[in-house]
Design a protein around this ligand. Structure first.
Ligand SMILES: NC(=O)c1ccc[n+]([C@@H]2O[C@H](COP(=O)([O-])OP(=O)(O)OC[C@H]3O[C@@H](n4cnc5c(N)ncnc54)[C@H](O)[C@@H]3O)[C@@H](O)[C@H]2O)c1
Length: 472
């Protein structure tokens, strides 16, 4: 099993070792694992992000300078590996056999070792100082409100609590089935893939890579992890925390690179499985390149339908605002298209939604920079939609004011455009209306009970049943 999905309640195993408790409180006061101070990273004191290969942190002659999304200062230098520098990563991955670092017959003590590492990491993330450190670091690179960034740390901490003590080995539970005659049985074992790759996007700098990485490690895989360079500092610091908690340095390689170098690494190292989270464009390319040896969590155009029963108007308006605009609309589960039954037209739902959206402000990052779509692109999209007959701007549709967000990023007010349902389903409009805009933007439409079949038609091609991981 490569990735672990967790839905059940956390079960915590308390550390039994006094020394472990002593070292937790020491970390709490000094954050000895960390090499940066989240608040102090700046143009005058840039942070450096390194790569980890064959158990060693290494730099690179190739440096990608990341600009502060809030003021444009060159505040992080990421040592990026280019196509000529991937060989150590290829060799490291190739050194892992297909039976993995451990499996039910090989080095089973590693299941308990990883349970101990996880126990310590879960306790560390529970310490207010450590949780605050990662929350603020996430905010620096992927600006979102403190509450949203802390939600990411919280989910990660809860995930780790699931795999404390001896829980990891239970993931590898095998089965046996009696055969046809004496002496015959079939056995199934949870087996690692061995060398694997994990590629993650910019919008959840900690949660996505930690959950995917730990699932891969628990089952005995050796992963090479690549996080989008814009935000990889958060995961670099998390790996340092995991090492402090006892994770062997050779168990994971961590590479910073552009897509091209990573693509080459995948082709040369030939991991037996790759887990990719990101855009559909890259997902489709990799699915072809890797001949299907890949699991995808790709883009989403996500809809919400308000049915004919009108109730809890304030709450519904609040949920719609959160789903469309929290994290400036940069969750893969962000609401892209809202269908509103005509019964809601007698209520003040849309004006409540507008009021809530307009309360969002840059000062507390309830609205902020959009890291992959520029202001021009988003406003151009709005204008194209407004050319559709019957469309109108409900709110937003303007750039943010009084800010120093660099122009390579986007900065618009939370925006909603109304498009009539019958226009959405026309062939000439459908592609435009259902284009994923990874920012604070949504389409709103309305429908009558007699138009339910048109609503279902509209969903047929745009529905994404897989977006699941980041609604909180
Ligand atoms: N389904 C989910 O759970 C989920 C979660 C988060 C984000 N997303 C999606 O991710 C997208 C936003 O993220 P993004 O803009 O960072 O996506 P992206 O596809 O541009 O990049 C994702 C990662 O892939 C790397 N990459 C790019 N080209 C590559 C190549 N040829 N080979 C190997 N790696 C390559 C990038 O450097 C980055 O680390 C949105 O479309 C969003 O819906 C989906």
């Amino acid at each position: 099993m490569f990735r672990v999905l967790v839905t059940r309640a956390a079960r915590v195993s308390a550390p039994t070792n006094r020394n472990a408790l002593v070292s937790f409180s020491r970390y709490a006061h000094s954050l000895q694992f960390a090499t940066v101070e989240a608040e102090e990273v700046s143009g005058s004191r840039p942070a450096e992000v390194l790569n980890l290969v064959q158990g060693k942190w290494v730099g690179s002659s190739n440096c990608n300078t990341i600009v502060d999304p809030l003021n444009g200062d060159s505040f992080i230098k990421v040592a990026e590996v280019d196509e000529a520098g991937i060989q150590p990563f290829v060799e490291s991955l190739s050194s892992c056999p297909k039976h993995g670092l451990h499996n039910p017959f090989k080095a089973p003590e590693r299941y308990l070792m990883l349970g101990d590492v996880t126990t310590k990491a879960a306790h560390m993330l529970l310490l207010p100082k450590v949780s605050d450190f990662f929350t603020r670091l996430i905010q620096r690179v992927s600006p979102k409100s403190y509450q949203q960034a802390q939600g990411e740390v919280y989910v990660t901490q809860k995930f780790l609590e699931n795999f404390c003590g001896d829980q990891v080995r239970f993931l590898a539970r095998s089965f046996a089935v009696p055969g046809n005659h004496l002496g015959q049985q079939s056995h199934g074992f949870r087996w690692p893939y061995g060398p694997v790759a994990i590629i993650t996007p910019f919008n959840f700098p900690l949660e996505i890579p930690v959950l995917q990485l730990m699932g891969a490690l628990y089952m005995g895989n050796k992963p090479v992890l690549k996080v989008d360079s814009k935000v990889s500092i958060a995961m670099e610091q998390m790996l340092r925390l995991l090492h402090n908690c006892g994770l062997p340095a050779e168990d994971v390689d961590f590479i910073n690179s552009d897509g091209k170098a990573m693509n080459k690494l995948l082709l040369e190292a030939n991991p037996r499985m790759t887990l990719f989270t990101g855009s559909s464009r890259v997902a489709e390319k990799l699915a072809g390149d890797l001949k299907g040896r890949i699991k995808l969590e790709d883009a989403g155009f996500d809809w919400k339908i308000l049915g004919p029963d009108v109730h809890q108007e304030d709450y519904i308006a609040w949920v719609c605002d959160q789903d469309a605009y929290a994290c400036s609309g940069q969750k893969c589960s962000a609401q892209s298209l809202l269908f509103v039954h005509e019964n809601w037209s007698k209520t003040s739902l849309i004006s409540k939604l507008k009021d809530l959206a307009e309360r969002r402000k840059l000062a507390d990052l309830t609205i902020g920079p959009v890291l992959t779509v520029t202001t021009e692109t988003m406003l151009e999209h709005v204008n194209k939609l407004l050319e559709i007959p019957g469309s109108k701007l409900l709110f937003g549709g303007r750039p943010l004011e009084d800010h120093s967000i660099p122009s390579i990023y986007g900065a618009i007010k939370p925006t909603a455009v109304y498009v009539p349902l019958e226009e959405i389903v026309k062939d000439k409009n459908y592609e435009l209306v259902t284009k994923e805009i990874f920012g604070p933007f949504q389409i709103v439409t309305d429908y009558k009970s007699s138009q339910l079949s048109i609503v279902l038609d509209a969903l047929g091609e745009s529905a994404c049943p897989f977006n699941c991981c980041c609604s909180f």
